[in-house]
Design a protein around this ligand. Structure first.
Ligand code: GLC
Length: 646
């Protein structure tokens, strides 16, 4: 049973750091987490009844030394029988799973979940810095003896920059009890104050994971997915308040804890925002986790991971958190400022496009991965409804091009009725002067944010590219986004791909909206700095739309400078001329974004596994019932001609 659940039931304090470390050291020992949880739970229960010195039960269960190395033989003897008995147990409970109570899903998952036994994927271990990439169709052999066919990268000469990039990426790998589990955010030897850049960030690991997967290495990704899954249900509080159960951390660190003179243990220490600068909520982490889980299956052919009960529960927890009812009037996800890649105050609270596009893809991935049974039926229905409402909302209300801006320019305001044209009461004076000149004749883009009487007209690259990749926007809109990229190449790419957003907030806007943030000065960092990591998403969007030459051009530009500049995190100035003021060097997702772009371009068939085509069935789902009643017109039916752009 989940320790957290039990503790809540008994109104007890959540597990202390000591308990946490015990639970995590249990992974290193190969003790299934459920058993470890039970051990902790028992400790608490007996504390309630008898007030004995805590840890007695736990200690008796885990009296073996806790250094990873010394436990290995213990693991092999004991964990096998524990695993076997838990598997038996798990099947018997599974049949009783109900689809209603989410807490029950969690508790049952606690009982049911396959313990964290990370099956090793054996493969040829060739050095990554070789000058020719591995080629043919490899076989990934799993420990149970099954083998999974998977596509492999084509032979290709690697450039000097690629060779160096692979070396840096390998150096960035973080190990937990001997196994690779992620990559640090940056490995800058000159950095005296790494803050949290020495941690594994969930979002930063995605391009690293894809580079490894495209190269044929699935181990690190599988380990990462399983370990972060365990962190999901962990204790997380900010000033005695706990966010929802499905929340995934922004990052985690492997710490070595000294237990006594002779023994140390490694523990995973997650950050759910409780240490992060500004205490920002990592809303995007869970969404990226789901997206990566699907990518892992697609690129390795190993679908057994996503079918595991604990993994299925992880997906459900994230989805339930995202789909929970609230005060929202819109199908878009309502979040605070800094809840994604832009993790500082930048005026993107509300319904920022980046979160919406990741949300949309995570919904599509979940629908694809959830195994169909009674316990997932309602959730899948809710996912379908949300997908449909979300895509309509974004396609219809976030889209701007020259025609739409002209329409807004002539808007009437203060319309009180259900069929108002200016539904969000946007005052035309809001159209920023820069946009009037900037918007090209051809092309368009999705707004950065939409709220009552508020449109954020800035162009946000990640949200727009990911809308193309996931088919959140219509096929025509996708074309138009790439047309805009071409037309505005100098502004968004300039000397270094790619601006995180365009244009910068300046003067009073900067002062009021960023709160005078000295890191986010105009044309720097999140405030319109250029981030090479965004190359991989641009590449995927271009490939999906059959325009790889655009990505090749951007990649060539980056390749000219990145190695010489020591792989900076970001660049500053309007045209991305200078290495960013406070930019880290040897930033892992810069390196990985570059490698992933290269590999995607070289392997279009693998790239195609990572994007989504239009789902025409979704467009027909309408649950409001207005059309049937005949009393009122459903705005979606009225707008259909516009959104059904085939
Ligand atoms: C910065 C970025 C964030 C990234 C982190 C680690 O905080 O804003 O997106 O995840 O650094 O690289």
């Amino acid at each position: 049973m989940s320790a957290i659940y039990l503790l809540r039931k008994f109104s007890m304090k959540p597990p202390s750091r000591f308990h946490r470390s015990l639970l995590f050291s249990s992974f290193s020992m190969g003790v299934p987490p459920d058993l470890a949880r039970n051990a902790i739970t028992r400790t608490y229960s007996s504390t309630i009844r008898n007030f004995p010195t805590p840890f007695n039960n736990t200690q008796s269960l885990m009296s073996t030394p806790v250094s990873c190395f010394r436990q290995s033989s213990w693991v092999s003897e004991k964990s096998r029988s524990i695993v076997a008995s838990l598997r038996e147990f798990s099947t018997s409970v599974e049949t009783n799973t109900s689809d209603k109570s989410f807490e029950r899903i969690h508790v049952q998952a606690g009982l049911n979940s396959n313990p964290l036994v990370i099956e090793r994927i054996h493969k040829d271990e060739e050095p990554v810095s070789e000058s020719v990439s591995r080629v043919e169709i490899n076989k990934i052999e799993k420990s149970e003896g099954e083998s999974v066919e998977s596509n492999r990268v084509k032979v290709r000469e690697e450039s000097e920059a690629e060779k160096e990039a692979w070396r840096i990426l390998e150096d960035a790998v973080v190990r937990y009890c001997g196994s690779p589990v992620g990559t640090v955010a940056a490995n800058d030897p000159g950095d005296k104050l790494p803050l949290n850049y020495d941690q594994v960030f969930i979002r930063d690991f995605v391009p690293s994971a894809l580079a490894f997967l495209l190269k044929g290495d699935g181990d690190i990704v599988r380990n990462f997915l399983l370990h972060t899954l365990q962190l999901q249900s962990w204790e997380k509080t900010v000033d005695c308040y706990s966010p929802g159960q499905g929340l995934m951390p922004a990052s985690f660190k492997v710490r070595t804890v000294v237990l006594d003179e002779h023994t140390t243990e490694e523990v995973l220490d997650p950050d759910f925002g409780e240490s992060a600068i500004g205490r920002v909520a990592p809303v995007d982490s869970g969404l990226w986790w789901i997206i990566l889980l699907r990518a892992y299956g697609k690129l390795t052919g190993d679908f057994s991971l996503q079918e595991r009960i604990d993994v299925q529960t992880g997906i459900k927890l994230i989805m339930n958190l995202c789909l929970a009812d609230g005060f929202d009037m819109f199908p878009t996800l309502l979040v605070t400022d800094g809840s994604c890649m832009i993790d500082r105050r930048m005026g993107i609270h509300g319904h920022p496009l980046e979160i919406q596009s990741l949300f949309y893809s995570a919904l599509r991935c979940s629908r694809e991965m959830l195994t169909g049974n009674d316990s997932s039926k309602n959730l899948v229905r809710a996912i379908n409804n949300r997908l449909s409402a979300l895509s309509f909302h974004i396609r219809e209300y976030y889209w701007v091009d020259i025609r739409k801006i002209n329409e807004i320019y002539r808007y009437k305001t203060e319309e009180y009725s259900t069929d108002a044209t200016n539904k969000f009461n946007i005052y035309p004076e809001q159209i920023p002067p820069w946009l009037m000149d900037w918007i090209p004749e051809q092309g368009g883009y999705l707004l950065g944010n939409l709220q009552p009487a508020h449109m954020d007209f800035r162009f946000f690259t990640l949200g727009n590219f990911w809308s193309v990749v996931s088919s959140l926007s219509t096929p025509k809109q996708n074309e138009a986004i790439l047309n805009l990229m071409e037309a505005k190449w100098d502004d968004i790419i300039g000397n270094m791909p790619l601006k995180i957003c365009y244009p910068a907030l300046e003067y009073e806007d900067w002062r009021i909206i960023t709160g005078s943030d000295p890191k986010n000065t105009p044309w720097s960092y999140h405030n319109s700095g250029s981030w090479p990591t965004l190359l991989w998403q641009f590449t995927l969007a271009c490939m999906k739309m059959g325009r790889p030459e655009l990505a090749e051009k951007a990649l060539a530009l980056a390749e000219k400078r990145l190695m010489a500049d020591r792989w900076p995190e970001y660049y500053d100035t309007r045209a991305g001329k200078f290495i960013g003021k406070q930019s880290r060097l040897y930033q892992t997702w810069t390196v990985a974004g570059f490698l992933t772009s290269k590999l995607l371009l070289a392997n279009p068939e693998m790239a195609s596994l990572l994007f989504w085509e239009e789902d025409y069935e979704l467009l027909d789902i309408c649950i409001c019932g207005l059309s049937k009643s005949g009393r009122k017109k459903c705005s979606r039916v009225a707008a259909k001609t516009q959104i059904l752009v085939r």
